[in-house]
Design a protein around this ligand. Structure first.
Ligand SMILES: NC(=O)N[C@@H](O)C(=O)O
Ligand code: NI
Length: 161
């Protein structure tokens, strides 16, 4: 028996329980740099229980759909942002927390130019590009001790359009 998750277009409202959606929709909050730049100010909240913020670069293999989802994870000590370094949509999988394990996952596709920031402790699928080069800046917690909890589904899901 396969359980299918249909990919939804991402919106700030739908994603809000799981994280922040960053994009340049609408007017910028500030015009800076002698009028040459619009600043969309403070659009995601970094949240670390300990440690510090760090920026890493991920070069991930693009995935093809339909995708088999057998794992979600979460980071109890810090938020995690995925900032694509290309104008490509990518897949974002999240799941509600039901106490000690995730509930039914949801899958979103971003628009080109959008980034996301998972709230601290949000169950999520790992970084999942849909197009090469799969190059991302990732802002997350750098610190001592474990910051990863994994949940393997007994029955994998199929994520598709
Ligand atoms: N493990 C790691 O650095 N990345 C994962 O947390 C991920 O969500 O891709
Ligand atoms: Ni992660």
């Amino acid at each position: 028996m396969t359980r299918t998750i249909l990919i939804e277009p991402i919106t700030a409202q739908a994603f809000a329980p799981f994280g922040d959606l960053l994009d340049c929709a609408g007017d910028p909050d500030k015009i800076i740099n002698q009028g040459m730049c619009g600043r969309y100010h403070d659009r995601a909240t970094l949240d670390f229980a300990d440690g510090r913020a760090g920026i890493s670069l991920f070069r991930a293999e693009p995935r093809t759909l339909p995708l088999t989802l057998d794992l979600v994870e979460r980071h109890p000590h810090g938020s995690q942002a995925f900032v694509p370094m290309s104008l490509d949509p990518f897949l974002v999988v999240v799941a509600p927390d039901t106490g000690d394990k995730p509930g039914t996952p949801r899958a979103f596709r971003t628009e080109p130019g959008q980034a996301i920031n998972f709230h601290r402790g949000t169950w999520h699928g790992v970084l999942t590009p849909l197009h090469a080069p799969g190059l991302f800046a990732v802002v997350d917690r750098i610190g001592d001790g474990a910051n990863l909890q994994e949940h393997w589904f007994e029955t994998p899901y199929t994520v598709s359009d």
